[in-house]
Design a protein around this ligand. Sequence first.
Ligand SMILES: Cc1cc2nc3c(=O)[nH]c(=O)nc-3n(C[C@H](O)[C@H](O)[C@H](O)COP(=O)(O)OP(=O)(O)OC[C@H]3O[C@@H](n4cnc5c(N)ncnc54)[C@H](O)[C@@H]3O)c2cc1C
Length: 292
Amino acid sequence: MNPSPLTTRRPGPTTLSADPWQTHAGSIVAIRDETPGVRSYDLSIVDAAVRARYAFAPGQFNMLYLPGIGEAAISISSDPATPQLLTHTVRAVGNVTDALAKLVVGDRIFLRGPYGKPWPLGDLAGGDLIFVAGGLGLASQRAAILDVARHRDRFGRVTILHGAKTPSGLLYPSEYAAWREAGIDVDCTVDAPEAGWTGSVGLVTDLLAQLPLEPGRSGLLCCGPDPMMAGVATGAAKRGLGPEAVWMSLERNMSCAVGQCGLCQFGPFFVCLDGPVFRYDRIEKLLGVRCL
Ligand SMILES: Cc1cc2nc3c(=O)[nH]c(=O)nc-3n(C[C@H](O)[C@H](O)[C@H](O)COP(=O)(O)OP(=O)(O)OC[C@H]3O[C@@H](n4cnc5c(N)ncnc54)[C@H](O)[C@@H]3O)c2cc1C
């Protein structure tokens, strides 16, 4: 019988500190309103030596810590080529994120990380990439998109399919022109149009159904609510993209982020250590399981 992951010693995360629990003070250098209730925070780690050695891969996350309030797992959504400035795009939904929403430029946020398995961009080099993002899911993909734009020649056709409830819920719209300029197709759709919207109305799976793609050379990277990701996987399969060609970034309630507390246990996996990015064939049967 295989030992339970809870009783097996597993390698911990690789972070910038030998001690994965150590937090570092970051100063907020800019705040941008993105969509209703969502803001981006640009952070600079205060300690110059720590700032200089901080590095992350697209798809990883930090634990953001506000003393006296708590911690929250938040994807790093900035360019991995400039890790001295770390962007986190946050929806205010609870204790930590509501408190973050009250901060101003110059305030401090503490962070530890980076944690988690990144998007497999290296493995997918040479092929076509399809990013599929529902709402805030694009935040976990922005670092990968910026990385791909920087190394555009490493990939074939690159497409972003982004869906939101309304046009004002589309994330990072001011950046789409630059992404298109870099040779990335950006196609958006909304559930409910607002005045002036001339784009698609419907689900991202509708966009996927119409996308010209070559199954043998395409990798699909997906982030959004679980039902949307399950729908995308089904839609991908209809287009000939099997579960081994689909990757998903999962959000699960998380506490320690270092594989100790078990809060984010997902079947035999810990989302903090084994994810948040998983190849779909590893999690297909688990995706409908409710989290704590
Ligand atoms: C790998 C990863 C990456 C993530 N990246 C991002 C990101 O880039 N941006 C982002 O905004 N989020 C991200 N998240 C999600 C974020 O970590 C959670 O939303 C986190 O819970 C927010 O912390 P909080 O303290 O603000 O909210 P909490 O206080 O933990 O509340 C979270 C939710 O639980 C509900 N809740 C709280 N208390 C109770 C209660 N007593 N009873 C019932 N319901 C309750 C709240 O209403 C809310 O819906 C990510 C999560 C993971 C795992």
